[in-house]
Design a protein around this ligand. Structure first.
Ligand code: MG
Length: 306
């Protein structure tokens, strides 16, 4: 099914017209999940993988075969990305760990503890070109038994961490956030965008994306608010080839220029959690939104994969 194309675009800035296709509608590719997240596109198989966290499963979709189960149980897998060798790196609420699936199907735990304490529930993850892996660790997966296993936080804070690509050492890179969530590097990797979705657990809490300077490729500095999302939250986001940020929001997908200007929106009939560019040409934006997976063709391609 497809929504009327013209009705799904909200233009907030003249630059948005060059990014969208007025005749391209919103496709609903699958529905029937509880809370979808973690979309990742596999170019090798032209396949979209995503999470249905409360149902403890990963789903798959491709143009020819449609939708099916990719892995169940998924250990309450949330965010996913691909590393430089095409392996899925996933955030597992159940294991409270960042885990890489090897080409032979075996799993390698990349991070489960920090300073001897268990992580909360890694949420989203990104791989930098130097092989380091950066991830957020809010407590959504231990708050209740809905998206993982209810438990107290051992660390007592929700932080952002970096896994060194060579040594595997885990270091804290941001410790001043309430609920760090989605994250993505700028095209030149000089900046790291990190969402804070603290509004979910505190009235008046943050619902914005912050931007940090990356220092020596391994540390963060600054962290001013880049964009405040309304309605809703920047649960997850990805960049296009021009460096624009396409982020989840309460009424759809919002697109921000690198200067922080809201360019426009793609309206989606369910609360959006995350997005990823995919398709053979990289010009299709896949959107996980509450119970469903949607997609829309854009006039812009996704950023080159790290
Ligand atoms: Mg998230």
């Amino acid at each position: 099914m497809a929504a009327s194309p013209a009705s799904i675009y909200v233009h907030a800035d003249a630059r948005f017209r060059a990014l969208v296709i007025g005749t391209a509608g919103l496709d609903c590719l699958h529905t029937g999940s509880r809370w979808t997240e973690g979309p990742v596109y596999l170019p090798a198989t032209d396949e979209l993988i995503w999470s249905d966290i409360p149902n403890n499963r990963l789903l798959r979709w491709s143009e020819g075969a449609g939708a099916g189960v990719f892995r169940q149980p998924s250990d309450y897998n949330n965010g996913n990305t691909l590393d430089r060798e095409g392996r899925i790196v996933g955030c597992l609420h159940g294991a409270r760990a960042v885990v890489r699936t090897e080409h032979d199907g075996s799993r390698t735990v990349l991070a489960s503890h920090w300073q001897g304490k268990r992580l909360n529930s890694p949420n989203d993850v990104v791989v930098k070109s130097d092989g380091s892996i950066w991830f957020t660790d809010p407590a959504y997966g231990i708050d209740s038994d809905y998206e993982g296993h209810k438990a107290d936080s051992e660390i007592g804070a929700c932080n952002v961490y970096r896994i060194d690509g060579a040594s595997g050492e885990i270091t804290l890179v941001a410790g001043d956030m309430e609920r760090p969530n989605g994250l993505a590097f700028s095209l030149d990797e000089s900046r790291l965008y990190i969402a804070d979705t603290g509004l979910t657990h505190r009235a008046g809490g943050p619902h914005h994306i912050r931007v940090f300077d990356v220092v020596d490729g391994a540390r963060l500095r600054g962290g001013e608010v880049f964009a405040t999302i309304s309605p809703g939250l920047a649960d997850g986001f990805r960049l296009d080839a021009h460096g624009n940020i396409w982020t989840s929001a309460g009424d759809g997908v919002h697109c921000y220029a690198p200067d922080g200007t809201l360019l426009g929106k793609v309206l989606v009939p369910e609360v959006v959690s995350n997005v990823v560019f995919g398709g053979p040409r990289g010009n299709r934006l896949f959107i996980t939104a509450t119970t469903s997976l949607y997609a829309v063709y854009l006039a812009v391609n996704g950023a080159a994969r790290p």
